[in-house]
Design a protein around this ligand. Structure first.
Ligand code: ADP
Length: 179
């Protein structure tokens, strides 16, 4: 093959990530990045956020204090400290108000922004929780459709995306959507 032909624009070698689904605790995932469903203060909370802070240790909160919060739909990155994962990406999902306040677009933005942060550090594997489907009340079925649809179509160099489900209902939804 002519070597000149190998020089292609950066975006051109993007392929869609391989998608995996598992039941369990995201804090023990052996991936480059775990994603946190945080609140906009980034100063810790319940659910997956609390679990990640407990597992990463107090340095994570100290680091998050320097980030000046995060808007809904955006994502910010920190080291993983005591986690197996090298990085934590903190994204803020929308609170469900019935679906008429831009919730689908904001949830999609969480997945896109998280993958963009992951690309910035060259991550190859990323684990996501089911963002917004806990305390924030986003119904599991439409949230799952957005999670899978967005990751399948987002421009990213991430090779493996693992959806970590914390309960059966969520696992079943992901399995159904992925066929
Ligand atoms: P949100 O405020 O975005 O709804 P939650 O943490 O309340 O965030 O819930 C998001 C999802 O994370 C829910 O499906 C919840 O069951 C799940 N979850 C809670 N703890 C963990 C954990 N340790 N690992 C993976 N998922 C978790």
């Amino acid at each position: 093959m002519n070597e000149v032909n190998l020089k292609v624009p950066a975006e051109a070698d993007n392929t869609n990530p391989r998608l995996e689904v598992t039941l369990g605790d995201i804090t023990v995932e052996q991936v480059d990045v775990i994603v946190n469903a945080a609140n906009s203060s980034l100063l810790g909370g319940g659910g997956v956020d609390g679990a990640i802070h407990r597992a990463a240790g107090p340095e994570l909160l100290e680091c998050c204090r320097t980030l000046d919060g995060c808007n809904t739909g955006d994502a910010k990155i920190t080291p993983g400290f005591q986690l197996a994962a090298e990085w934590v990406i903190h994204t803020v999902g929308p609170i469900w108000h019935g679906g008429t306040r831009g919730e689908p677009q904001l949830l999609e933005s969480c997945y896109r922004s998280s993958l963009a942060r992951a690309d910035e550090v060259g991550a190859e594997s990323v684990a996501f929780p089911a963002i917004s489907t806990g305390v924030y009340g986003y119904p599991v079925q439409p949230a799952t459709a957005i999670a899978i649809g967005t990751v399948q179509s987002a421009p990213t160099r991430v090779e493996i995306v693992r959806f970590v489900c914390f309960n059966r209902e969520t696992l079943d939804a992901y399995r159904t959507f992925l066929g």
